[in-house]
Design a protein around this ligand. Structure first.
Ligand code: SAH
Length: 464
């Protein structure tokens, strides 16, 4: 990070703007908006500066010194902006200010900037500042435009409303953790909805009722969020997953959750890895169940983040069973399961009018070196079979499917780390897939897709 973003209180402070052109005027206007006292030094000024000078709101805070720059004008200044069209003058300002340790910005010359003015989205008291570090102001402006639609003007009212009730909430809820929870639930709930929809009075009424009626202990109770993190690409998270990820106190995650997804978890949350290798033991699972329970009982908001969907080969059911027994509140958030995400990103539709009318998900995980599956069901025609955890048992899988009547040249795909930048798709036949896997040595996680639909990969593949 080349620049530290800070928000400065410029009320009652002096700032100097050197230059009388439009750029200088725009910078002066920004300083005035932040309630600074501004002095413009320039032998002549453009229409825009003149308009500022004539604006009665700024009457007492804006002055024009009709002169060229002199270092004596730096006395008492907090910030200096040089925006003349004369590079020599700009340099002179920069050097004189530097000698006095005054932070300076020279317009359009990043190498002579101690600070830069960001692109600002003003929803005061909410203010978003975006900077490209001087590299591309246009990119920063485009981003601001996008945020503008995301953060409508009513956020300003919402910010003010929270500000008004801050002290009252502080008086009611003694602990900072309770307050954080209270505000999080208020801001995600009907109060926000009312403000954003322009129902101000209803918002106030609802907020007051919530302050009255919310019991201390309701804010102390722990909860578990069992959340599907999808197959890897963070763009495949649900909004709900992201919201809960942003409010967790502690996170238990495993091997399948991508680092890009983990990067979206609330920064202050404690991260605990409970990764499991291929052959995982039931004791380890018991330990995880217990960990979730203990942390929730301690009043924490526990995020159990699982690859894909928590209810598809994810042991999600087991993890929440203990919580249900102990009456710990929990929520389950579905995720995009590997079959769905990986097939899409491989250009292999799982069903297709011409090739496949049903789709089966199975686990290919070996138990004592064996695969105990309903083979007859898996070799049905016009069906796609997706095998999770199938790499280690691929030899057996291939043999058994053929023994039960699947044709040897049934198309089959092996996909490594689907939806991520390391995705690789190999296609072959069910008879030859084991050989291919030995040769290619794919990196986990891998998924097998078996069925006529695999042929479509050549035509429909889009992601690389
Ligand atoms: N609950 C998860 C599945 C857990 S089982 C889900 O719904 O997706 C773990 C198996 O999922 C892996 O062995 C692999 O077969 C499959 N898998 C998960 N993510 C994958 C990915 N990005 N690419 C390929 N296979 C994946």
């Amino acid at each position: 990070m080349d620049y530290l973003p800070i928000f400065i209180d410029l009320k009652q402070r002096q700032c100097l703007v050197v230059g009388g052109g439009e750029i200088a005027a725009r910078k002066a206007a920004l300083l005035l908006k932040a309630q600074a006292s501004v002095t413009i030094v320039a032998p002549e000024i453009a229409e825009m500066s003149r308009q500022l000078l004539e604006n009665s709101d700024y009457e007492s805070r804006l002055h024009w010194i009709n002169d060229r720059f002199d270092s004596s004008y730096l006395n008492q200044q907090t910030l200096v902006i040089a925006a003349t069209n004369d590079e020599k003058v700009n340099l002179e300002v920069y050097q004189a200010a530097k000698a006095r340790n005054i932070l300076t910005n020279v317009a359009d010359q990043p190498e002579m900037c101690d600070f830069i003015l960001p692109s600002v989205l003003d929803r005061s008291p909410i203010v978003v500042a975006i900077s490209s570090g001087g590299q591309s102001p246009i990119l920063a402006r485009q981003l601001r435009a996008r945020l503008e639609t995301l953060i409508p003007p009513a956020y300003s009212k919402l910010g003010l409303l929270v500000g008004e009730y801050r002290e009252r909430v502080k008086a009611k809820f003694g602990h900072i953790k309770q307050r954080r929870r209270f505000w999080e639930s208020v801001l995600q709930g009907p109060v926000s909805d009312h403000v954003l929809a322009g129902r101000d009075e209803l918002a106030i009424k609802t907020l007051e009722t919530l302050i009255e009626d919310t019991a201390d202990n309701a804010l102390q109770q722990g909860e578990v969020y069992l959340v599907g993190a999808g197959p890897g690409d963070p763009d495949l998270l649900t909004f709900k997953a992201l919201r809960l990820m942003q409010q967790a106190d502690v996170v238990f995650y495993d091997r399948l959750v991508s680092k890009e997804v983990l990067a979206l978890v609330r920064k202050e949350a404690e991260m605990i890895y409970v990764g499991k290798q291929r052959a995982w033991h039931s004791k380890r699972q018991d330990e995880i169940n217990l960990l979730l329970l203990e942390h929730a009982q301690a009043g924490k908001r526990v995020l159990r983040l699982k690859g894909g969907d928590p209810f598809i080969f994810g042991r999600g059911g087991e993890e929440i069973a203990t919580l249900a027994e102990q009456k710990i509140p929990f929520q389950v958030v579905p995720g995009i399961t590997a079959a769905s995400g990986v097939a899409c990103y491989s250009g292999i539709p799982l069903t297709h009018r011409d090739y496949s009318q049903s789709c089966v998900f199975v686990t290919g995980q070996l138990k004592e070196g064996e695969l105990d599956l309903n083979w007859q069901a898996l070799v049905q025609p016009r069906q796609t079979v997706v095998v999770y955890m199938g790499l280690a048992g691929l030899d057996i899988l291939s043999q058994k499917l053929q023994q039960h009547g699947m044709r040897a040249d049934m198309p089959a795909a092996l996909v490594q780390q689907g939806t991520t930048e390391n995705q690789k798709v190999w296609t072959s036949t069910i008879a030859e897939l084991p050989e291919l896997a030995k040769k290619q040595q794919p990196v986990a996680p891998t998924l097998l897709i078996i069925g006529e639909v695999v042929q479509l990969h050549n035509q429909l593949s889009w992601f690389s």
